[in-house]
Every structure is written in C-alpha cells, then in structure tokens.
Design a protein around this ligand. Sequence first.
Ligand SMILES: [Zn+2]
Ligand SMILES: [Zn+2]
Length: 121
Amino acid sequence: MHEIKANLYPCKHCNETGTCTTGKDGASCNACAKDHELRKNQSYFGLSCSACNGIGQAEPRTERINKRVKPVLAMGIVFLLLIFIFALAMAGNRHFPEFLAFAGTLIGSITAFYFTHNKST
Ligand SMILES: [Zn+2]
Ligand SMILES: [Zn+2]
C-alpha cells in the first residue's frame, strides 16, 4: 500500500483515523461539518475528515491544486477561443475559416485530453 501511495502523506487533521475529532470535546470541526453541508454552530461527531476524504492519508496540497487548476485552465482556453471565434465572426474577418479550423482542432484536443485524463483518475 505504502509504495503505491508514495505521494500521500498521513493526514494531520484526523491523525490518520479518517474521522475528524478536532472540534470541541472530540466533535468534528466546523470546516468538516461545512464540507458535509451541515449547519454551523452545532456539534457533529464522527464525521469523515474533509481534509483527506476519510481515508486517513491526504494528497500534498500542490497536487490537489494541480488537479483542480488543469481542468479550469483547459476550460478557460476553450472559453477564450470561443470568444475569439465569435468576435472574428462578428467582425467578418477573412481569416475566420482558418482560425475556426485551428480553434476547432485545439478545442477538440483539449476536451479529449481533459475527458480521457479525467476517466483514468
Ligand atoms: Zn484526515
Ligand atoms: Zn475537521
């Protein structure tokens, strides 16, 4: 297990138990309660840790950010390209067909990469 999950570190938030007990009197903390979409200012016991999703080991923060940023970045590029296409179409640019072909390929590869990458994880 440990060799495979080399990029995971023991979760400090729950002391590797997977259950959050960092709140008052061993209750689960507000952050975890919020993650479970429960009301604040109320004690909940034995909630699964939101820092590691209850597995006791968490991914390094940078890797998490990478996983979140990549799709956002890809969607941002696609969005920008769509705006460009729209702007060029409105302006009646004579390079529009070339750009459309280029952007179409790019959008296709981005979405293809995004979806295949997403499935494998
Ligand atoms: Zn944890
Ligand atoms: Zn917590």
